[in-house]
Design a protein around this ligand. Sequence first.
Ligand SMILES: *[C@@H]1O[C@H](CO)[C@@H](O)[C@H](O)[C@H]1NC(C)=O
Ligand SMILES: *[C@@H]1O[C@H](CO)[C@@H](O)[C@H](O)[C@H]1NC(C)=O
Ligand SMILES: *[C@@H]1O[C@H](CO)[C@@H](O)[C@H](O)[C@H]1NC(C)=O
Ligand SMILES: CC(=O)N[C@H]1CO[C@H](CO)[C@@H](O)[C@@H]1O
Length: 313
Amino acid sequence: MRWTSTVLLVCSALASATPLIWDGRAPFSLNGDDLNNSLGPYLTGVKGQTENATHYDTLHGHAIAPTPLWNKLLLFPREQVVSVSIDNTSVFVPGGGPPQFGFRRTELIAAKDGDHNDLNPLMETGTTVFHFSIKKDESRPLNFNHEYQIVFIEPNDGTHVFGIQLGSPFTNPTGPLPAKNAHSFKVLDHALNVLFTAPFTSDDWHNFAIQVDWTQRTLAVFYSKDAQLLKPVTKVVPNLSATPGAAGQGDFHFGVLKLPLVNPDDTPANQGDVVHFGLQEGTTEALLYSGVFVEQVTHGVSIGNGLTRPIIS
Ligand SMILES: *[C@@H]1O[C@H](CO)[C@@H](O)[C@H](O)[C@H]1NC(C)=O
Ligand SMILES: *[C@@H]1O[C@H](CO)[C@@H](O)[C@H](O)[C@H]1NC(C)=O
Ligand SMILES: *[C@@H]1O[C@H](CO)[C@@H](O)[C@H](O)[C@H]1NC(C)=O
Ligand SMILES: CC(=O)N[C@H]1CO[C@H](CO)[C@@H](O)[C@@H]1O
C-alpha cells in the first residue's frame, strides 16, 4: 500500500514537473523523410546545400544508447540518438548571403513541424532551462585545433545568448595548437566569458542544462555525466550584454559548426573573416546528441531519475 502510494506520488510529481515547452528527444517514429522536410522537432536547413538533411543528420534507432539520464531503462529508451556531421560539402548558403566557405556547419534548430517563430517566444520568456547531452562519435572525431560552436541561441544580431564551445578558440594570427583546454567543453556567456569547463572524455554522455532568466538576463549552469543527477556548477551570473525583450530571442541551435584556421595566403582583411575565408581540411566529423529539451521552471528543474530541484538562485 505504502509502496503504491509512493509510486503514485512520484508519478504525479513527474506529471506536474516543470512543464516541457519543447521536446527535441527524437521519438523512434521520427525518420529520414521527416529530417529532409524539417517535420517533427527540428529545422534542418543549416547544412550544405548540395545534399539532403539525411546526408548530415542520422537517426540511430536502437543502435546507440541515448543518455541514461532521461532513459533509465536503457532496454526501453524513450528516444533515439541523433548524430550531426559535417564534411567538405557542409558549406551553408544563408538566404540572400554568399556561401560561408570559412565554416563547415550542420545544425538542428528547435521547431514544431517547421515552425520556430511561434516556439521561440515560448522557450525564451521568464525563466527556462535548455537541456542537452553530448557524446563523442569515435569514428568521426573532431579536430581540436579548430574552434567549434556546438550549442547556442542566436538572436538576429548573430550573437549567442549562451554558447557551448569545443576546440581551440580561433585566433588571428594562429597561436599554438591545440590550445590549452581544447578538449574541454566551455560554456560561454553572451560576452564570451567562460562560465564552466568540463573535459570531453570519451565514452561518456555529457549532460548540460542552462538556466536562462530572460527578464533579469542571467545564466546558471547544471552539468553531470551519464546517469548522474544534474548538479549546479555555477552561481547565477549576470548576462547583461544580451539584448532584452523580443530582439534578444532567437533560434536554439545544436550541431557542429567548425571555424577555419587562418590561411596565410589570404589578404590580411580576409584572414579575419572566419565566415568566408580560411583553411578547412574537409574531413567528416560528428557529434552525438540526445536528451535535448526545453522546460519551464514552474515546478523546478529536471535533474534526472524523475527528480526536480529548485532553480539555482
Ligand atoms: C531524404 O534524403 C535521402 C538522401 O538524399 C533520400 O534518399 C530520401 O529519399 C530523402 N527523402 C525525402 C522525403 O526527401
Ligand atoms: C533529396 O531527396 C529527394 C527526395 O527523395 C530526391 O529527389 C533528391 O534527389 C535528393 N537529393 C540529393 C542531393 O540526394
Ligand atoms: C573543400 O571544399 C572547398 C570549397 O568548396 C574546395 O575549394 C576544396 O577544394 C575542397 N577540399 C577538398 C579536400 O575536397
Ligand atoms: C559572468 C558574467 O558576469 N558575464 C557577463 C554578463 O554580462 C555583463 C554585461 O555585459 C558582463 O559584464 C559580464 O562579464
